[in-house]
Design a protein around this ligand. Structure first.
Ligand SMILES: [Zn+2]
Length: 91
């Protein structure tokens, strides 16, 4: 008669697994790093992967409402100055 108990490994095997393809052709299936989809050996390690955010989407702010209004005000000022100078010159 066996007295050995059956190990309850459900919680362990239910954790997300690494899906990286190994050289054997199967999925790695080692536990994935928390918050990632790969194990520590397949790109899940701390410090690995692309930097956070999308720097390609960063804008320079030249076409914000504020930027456009500022350039419009400068152009109006230059226009006024030119008008005044022309008036002075014609006198
Ligand atoms: Zn892996």
């Amino acid at each position: 008669m066996s007295t050995g108990h059956i190990r309850n490994t459900h919680a362990m095997s239910a954790s997300p697994r690494c899906g990286a393809r190994t050289r054997g052709g199967f999925a790695c299936s080692a536990p994935a790093i928390r918050g990632k989809f790969r194990c520590r050996m397949h790109g899940g390690a701390r410090g690995s992967g692309a930097p956070r955010g999308n720097r390609n989407a960063e804008t320079h702010g030249a076409f914000t409402q504020e930027g456009i209004a500022e350039r419009r005000a400068i152009r109006a000022l230059i226009s006024d100055a030119e008008t005044l100078l022309a008036k002075i010159a014609s006198d």
